[in-house]
Write a protein that binds this ligand. Structure first.
Ligand code: UTP
Length: 279
Protein backbone atom coordinates (compact mmCIF):
# COMPACT_ATOMS: atom_id res chain seq x y z
CA UNK A 1 0.00 0.00 0.00
CA UNK A 2 1.47 3.44 -0.86
CA UNK A 3 2.43 5.65 2.07
CA UNK A 4 -0.14 8.26 3.14
CA UNK A 5 1.81 11.51 2.57
CA UNK A 6 -0.69 13.58 4.54
CA UNK A 7 -0.31 11.66 7.81
CA UNK A 8 2.11 12.98 10.43
CA UNK A 9 4.42 10.01 10.94
CA UNK A 10 7.75 11.72 11.71
CA UNK A 11 8.87 14.01 14.48
CA UNK A 12 12.00 16.15 14.28
CA UNK A 13 13.90 16.99 17.46
CA UNK A 14 16.38 19.84 17.03
CA UNK A 15 18.87 19.07 19.77
CA UNK A 16 22.09 20.66 18.64
CA UNK A 17 22.06 23.80 20.82
CA UNK A 18 24.84 24.45 23.32
CA UNK A 19 22.57 24.77 26.37
CA UNK A 20 24.77 27.51 27.79
CA UNK A 21 22.23 28.39 30.47
CA UNK A 22 22.93 25.01 32.08
CA UNK A 23 26.71 25.20 32.13
CA UNK A 24 28.68 23.58 33.61
CA UNK A 25 26.18 20.65 33.56
CA UNK A 26 25.96 20.82 29.76
CA UNK A 27 29.70 20.85 29.17
CA UNK A 28 29.80 17.12 28.47
CA UNK A 29 26.10 16.18 28.76
CA UNK A 30 23.53 17.32 26.17
CA UNK A 31 20.87 19.61 27.64
CA UNK A 32 18.23 17.23 26.24
CA UNK A 33 19.60 14.44 28.45
CA UNK A 34 19.12 16.35 31.72
CA UNK A 35 16.55 14.39 33.75
CA UNK A 36 13.32 15.64 35.26
CA UNK A 37 13.08 13.06 38.06
CA UNK A 38 14.65 10.00 36.39
CA UNK A 39 13.74 10.60 32.76
CA UNK A 40 15.73 12.73 30.28
CA UNK A 41 13.88 15.65 28.68
CA UNK A 42 14.24 14.08 25.26
CA UNK A 43 12.51 10.88 26.35
CA UNK A 44 9.50 12.90 27.52
CA UNK A 45 9.42 14.47 24.05
CA UNK A 46 9.68 11.11 22.28
CA UNK A 47 6.86 9.70 24.43
CA UNK A 48 4.70 12.70 23.55
CA UNK A 49 5.35 12.06 19.85
CA UNK A 50 4.40 8.38 20.30
CA UNK A 51 1.17 9.44 21.99
CA UNK A 52 0.37 11.47 18.85
CA UNK A 53 0.69 8.36 16.67
CA UNK A 54 4.24 9.05 15.47
CA UNK A 55 6.77 6.22 15.21
CA UNK A 56 9.74 7.78 13.40
CA UNK A 57 11.98 10.07 15.43
CA UNK A 58 14.48 12.25 13.58
CA UNK A 59 17.05 13.89 15.81
CA UNK A 60 19.36 16.75 14.85
CA UNK A 61 22.40 16.53 17.07
CA UNK A 62 25.76 18.23 17.27
CA UNK A 63 29.18 17.67 18.73
CA UNK A 64 29.17 16.16 22.22
CA UNK A 65 25.67 14.72 21.86
CA UNK A 66 26.51 11.04 21.53
CA UNK A 67 24.73 10.19 24.79
CA UNK A 68 21.44 10.76 22.94
CA UNK A 69 22.11 7.91 20.51
CA UNK A 70 23.23 5.62 23.31
CA UNK A 71 20.09 6.37 25.31
CA UNK A 72 17.78 5.21 22.51
CA UNK A 73 19.67 1.96 22.05
CA UNK A 74 19.89 -1.28 23.98
CA UNK A 75 22.63 -1.49 26.59
CA UNK A 76 23.30 -5.24 26.53
CA UNK A 77 25.65 -5.18 29.48
CA UNK A 78 23.15 -3.33 31.66
CA UNK A 79 20.24 -5.49 30.52
CA UNK A 80 22.25 -8.61 31.32
CA UNK A 81 23.24 -7.30 34.76
CA UNK A 82 19.73 -6.48 35.95
CA UNK A 83 17.75 -9.22 34.18
CA UNK A 84 15.66 -11.17 36.67
CA UNK A 85 16.46 -8.77 39.54
CA UNK A 86 14.15 -6.35 41.35
CA UNK A 87 15.68 -3.50 39.30
CA UNK A 88 14.56 -4.74 35.90
CA UNK A 89 11.43 -2.56 35.89
CA UNK A 90 13.57 0.62 35.81
CA UNK A 91 14.24 -0.05 32.14
CA UNK A 92 10.67 -0.93 31.13
CA UNK A 93 9.69 2.50 29.78
CA UNK A 94 12.78 3.14 27.70
CA UNK A 95 12.70 -0.41 26.34
CA UNK A 96 9.10 0.14 25.18
CA UNK A 97 10.16 3.34 23.42
CA UNK A 98 13.06 1.65 21.65
CA UNK A 99 10.87 -1.25 20.52
CA UNK A 100 8.12 0.98 19.14
CA UNK A 101 10.10 3.59 17.24
CA UNK A 102 12.78 4.08 14.65
CA UNK A 103 15.46 6.66 15.38
CA UNK A 104 17.56 8.46 12.81
CA UNK A 105 20.17 11.15 13.31
CA UNK A 106 21.92 13.90 11.48
CA UNK A 107 24.36 16.53 12.68
CA UNK A 108 24.12 20.28 12.52
CA UNK A 109 27.76 21.15 11.92
CA UNK A 110 27.47 24.86 12.73
CA UNK A 111 24.93 26.24 15.20
CA UNK A 112 23.21 28.71 12.92
CA UNK A 113 19.87 28.73 14.74
CA UNK A 114 16.67 26.74 15.08
CA UNK A 115 15.57 27.37 11.48
CA UNK A 116 18.91 26.05 10.25
CA UNK A 117 18.66 23.01 12.56
CA UNK A 118 15.23 22.21 11.08
CA UNK A 119 16.63 22.57 7.57
CA UNK A 120 19.40 20.10 8.50
CA UNK A 121 16.60 17.64 9.30
CA UNK A 122 15.27 17.67 5.72
CA UNK A 123 17.37 14.67 4.82
CA UNK A 124 15.59 12.65 7.55
CA UNK A 125 12.07 13.97 6.87
CA UNK A 126 11.75 14.17 3.08
CA UNK A 127 8.66 15.51 1.34
CA UNK A 128 5.91 15.12 3.93
CA UNK A 129 4.36 17.14 6.76
CA UNK A 130 6.11 16.56 10.07
CA UNK A 131 6.06 17.48 13.74
CA UNK A 132 8.81 19.35 15.61
CA UNK A 133 9.38 19.06 19.35
CA UNK A 134 11.88 21.19 21.26
CA UNK A 135 12.50 18.84 24.15
CA UNK A 136 13.48 21.64 26.51
CA UNK A 137 9.85 22.79 26.40
CA UNK A 138 8.34 20.05 28.51
CA UNK A 139 4.57 19.71 28.12
CA UNK A 140 2.03 17.75 30.12
CA UNK A 141 -1.69 17.23 29.79
CA UNK A 142 -3.83 14.57 31.38
CA UNK A 143 -5.97 13.67 28.36
CA UNK A 144 -4.57 14.38 24.87
CA UNK A 145 -0.90 15.39 24.77
CA UNK A 146 -0.16 18.80 23.23
CA UNK A 147 1.14 17.18 20.03
CA UNK A 148 -1.94 14.94 19.82
CA UNK A 149 -4.14 18.04 19.98
CA UNK A 150 -2.07 19.62 17.20
CA UNK A 151 -2.21 16.55 14.94
CA UNK A 152 -6.02 16.62 15.23
CA UNK A 153 -6.00 20.27 14.25
CA UNK A 154 -3.70 19.55 11.31
CA UNK A 155 -6.21 17.00 10.04
CA UNK A 156 -8.77 19.79 9.89
CA UNK A 157 -6.67 22.70 8.55
CA UNK A 158 -3.91 20.90 6.53
CA UNK A 159 -1.37 23.69 7.02
CA UNK A 160 1.44 24.50 9.47
CA UNK A 161 0.29 24.52 13.10
CA UNK A 162 2.20 26.24 15.91
CA UNK A 163 1.49 25.98 19.63
CA UNK A 164 1.14 29.31 21.44
CA UNK A 165 0.73 30.38 25.03
CA UNK A 166 -0.17 33.67 26.70
CA UNK A 167 2.88 35.20 28.36
CA UNK A 168 3.46 38.26 30.54
CA UNK A 169 4.09 41.14 28.07
CA UNK A 170 7.55 41.84 29.56
CA UNK A 171 8.71 38.35 28.44
CA UNK A 172 8.02 38.96 24.74
CA UNK A 173 11.74 39.38 23.99
CA UNK A 174 12.29 35.67 24.79
CA UNK A 175 9.82 34.28 22.21
CA UNK A 176 8.42 34.47 18.73
CA UNK A 177 5.19 36.46 19.05
CA UNK A 178 2.18 36.07 16.74
CA UNK A 179 -0.86 38.10 15.75
CA UNK A 180 -3.86 37.09 13.66
CA UNK A 181 -7.58 36.48 13.46
CA UNK A 182 -9.63 34.06 15.51
CA UNK A 183 -10.88 31.06 13.46
CA UNK A 184 -12.54 29.28 16.38
CA UNK A 185 -12.03 29.09 20.14
CA UNK A 186 -8.25 28.90 20.78
CA UNK A 187 -7.43 28.75 17.06
CA UNK A 188 -5.93 31.76 15.29
CA UNK A 189 -5.00 32.19 11.65
CA UNK A 190 -1.62 33.90 11.84
CA UNK A 191 -1.17 37.16 9.94
CA UNK A 192 2.05 38.38 11.50
CA UNK A 193 4.89 37.03 13.63
CA UNK A 194 8.01 38.62 15.08
CA UNK A 195 11.02 36.94 16.69
CA UNK A 196 11.81 38.20 20.21
CA UNK A 197 10.32 41.71 19.93
CA UNK A 198 10.76 44.36 22.59
CA UNK A 199 7.60 44.43 24.70
CA UNK A 200 6.64 47.80 23.20
CA UNK A 201 6.76 46.35 19.65
CA UNK A 202 5.11 42.98 20.40
CA UNK A 203 2.00 42.43 18.24
CA UNK A 204 0.27 40.43 21.06
CA UNK A 205 1.07 38.42 24.18
CA UNK A 206 0.83 35.06 22.36
CA UNK A 207 4.22 33.34 22.33
CA UNK A 208 5.28 30.40 20.18
CA UNK A 209 6.43 27.43 22.25
CA UNK A 210 8.40 24.37 21.17
CA UNK A 211 5.73 22.39 19.31
CA UNK A 212 5.16 22.71 15.57
CA UNK A 213 3.60 20.84 12.69
CA UNK A 214 5.22 22.00 9.47
CA UNK A 215 4.38 21.41 5.84
CA UNK A 216 7.44 20.33 3.81
CA UNK A 217 7.61 23.49 1.68
CA UNK A 218 9.15 25.03 4.82
CA UNK A 219 12.50 23.54 3.71
CA UNK A 220 12.58 25.55 0.46
CA UNK A 221 11.56 28.66 2.41
CA UNK A 222 14.29 28.06 5.02
CA UNK A 223 16.90 27.70 2.25
CA UNK A 224 16.02 31.25 1.18
CA UNK A 225 15.73 32.68 4.72
CA UNK A 226 18.50 35.10 5.65
CA UNK A 227 19.89 35.21 9.19
CA UNK A 228 17.59 37.30 11.39
CA UNK A 229 17.53 38.13 15.10
CA UNK A 230 20.87 37.24 16.75
CA UNK A 231 22.41 36.45 13.34
CA UNK A 232 20.59 33.07 13.37
CA UNK A 233 18.28 31.53 10.78
CA UNK A 234 14.93 31.81 12.52
CA UNK A 235 12.01 29.42 11.99
CA UNK A 236 9.73 32.36 12.84
CA UNK A 237 10.96 34.26 9.76
CA UNK A 238 10.33 31.24 7.51
CA UNK A 239 6.88 30.69 8.99
CA UNK A 240 6.02 34.33 8.28
CA UNK A 241 6.27 33.53 4.54
CA UNK A 242 3.64 30.80 4.98
CA UNK A 243 1.57 33.03 7.27
CA UNK A 244 1.36 35.77 4.64
CA UNK A 245 -0.37 33.17 2.43
CA UNK A 246 -2.76 32.27 5.27
CA UNK A 247 -1.09 28.92 5.81
CA UNK A 248 -0.22 29.04 9.52
CA UNK A 249 -2.58 28.26 12.38
CA UNK A 250 -1.66 29.13 15.97
CA UNK A 251 -3.22 26.97 18.65
CA UNK A 252 -3.69 27.80 22.32
CA UNK A 253 -3.11 24.27 23.59
CA UNK A 254 -4.64 22.59 26.64
CA UNK A 255 -2.06 21.65 29.26
CA UNK A 256 1.04 22.86 31.04
CA UNK A 257 4.36 23.88 29.55
CA UNK A 258 7.65 24.21 31.39
CA UNK A 259 10.62 26.08 29.93
CA UNK A 260 13.25 23.55 30.94
CA UNK A 261 15.88 25.52 29.02
CA UNK A 262 15.89 27.86 32.02
CA UNK A 263 16.80 26.93 35.59
CA UNK A 264 13.52 28.30 37.00
CA UNK A 265 11.40 26.33 34.53
CA UNK A 266 13.43 23.19 35.13
CA UNK A 267 12.93 23.37 38.89
CA UNK A 268 9.22 24.07 38.40
CA UNK A 269 8.90 21.01 36.15
CA UNK A 270 10.77 18.85 38.64
CA UNK A 271 8.43 19.89 41.47
CA UNK A 272 5.36 19.39 39.29
CA UNK A 273 6.32 15.89 38.14
CA UNK A 274 7.45 14.92 41.63
CA UNK A 275 4.13 15.97 43.15
CA UNK A 276 2.28 14.23 40.32
CA UNK A 277 4.22 10.99 40.93
CA UNK A 278 3.28 11.08 44.63
CA UNK A 279 -0.30 12.06 44.09
P1 UTP B 1 17.80 27.58 22.62
O1 UTP B 1 17.43 28.93 22.17
O2 UTP B 1 17.22 27.10 23.90
O3 UTP B 1 19.38 27.47 22.64
O4 UTP B 1 17.38 26.59 21.45
P2 UTP B 1 20.32 26.44 23.36
O5 UTP B 1 21.67 26.56 22.73
O6 UTP B 1 19.74 25.04 23.35
O7 UTP B 1 20.35 26.91 24.88
P3 UTP B 1 21.05 28.21 25.56
O8 UTP B 1 20.19 29.38 25.18
O9 UTP B 1 22.46 28.29 25.04
O10 UTP B 1 20.99 27.90 27.04
C1 UTP B 1 16.07 26.14 21.27
C2 UTP B 1 16.10 24.75 20.64
O11 UTP B 1 16.70 24.79 19.36
C3 UTP B 1 17.80 23.91 19.27
C4 UTP B 1 18.24 23.67 20.71
O12 UTP B 1 18.87 22.42 20.84
C5 UTP B 1 16.90 23.75 21.46
O13 UTP B 1 16.20 22.52 21.40
N1 UTP B 1 18.85 24.55 18.45
C6 UTP B 1 19.12 25.88 18.59
C7 UTP B 1 19.55 23.79 17.53
O14 UTP B 1 19.32 22.56 17.38
N2 UTP B 1 20.50 24.41 16.76
C8 UTP B 1 20.79 25.73 16.86
O15 UTP B 1 21.67 26.23 16.11
C9 UTP B 1 20.07 26.47 17.81
Amino acid sequence: MPKDRTKISKCLFPAAGYGTRFLPATKAIPKEMLPVLTKPLLQYGVEEAISAGIDTMAIVTGRGKRAIEDHFDISYELEHQIKGTSKEHYLTEIRAVITRCTFSYTRQIEMKGLGHAILCGETLIGDEPFAVILADDLCDNNIDSVLTQMVKLYEKYRCSIIAVEEIPPEDSNKYGIIAGNMEEDGVIRVANMVEKPDPKNAPSNLAIIGRYILTPDIFDILRETKPGKGGEIQITDALLTQAKEGRVIAYKFQGKRFDCGSVDGFVEATNYFYNKSKG
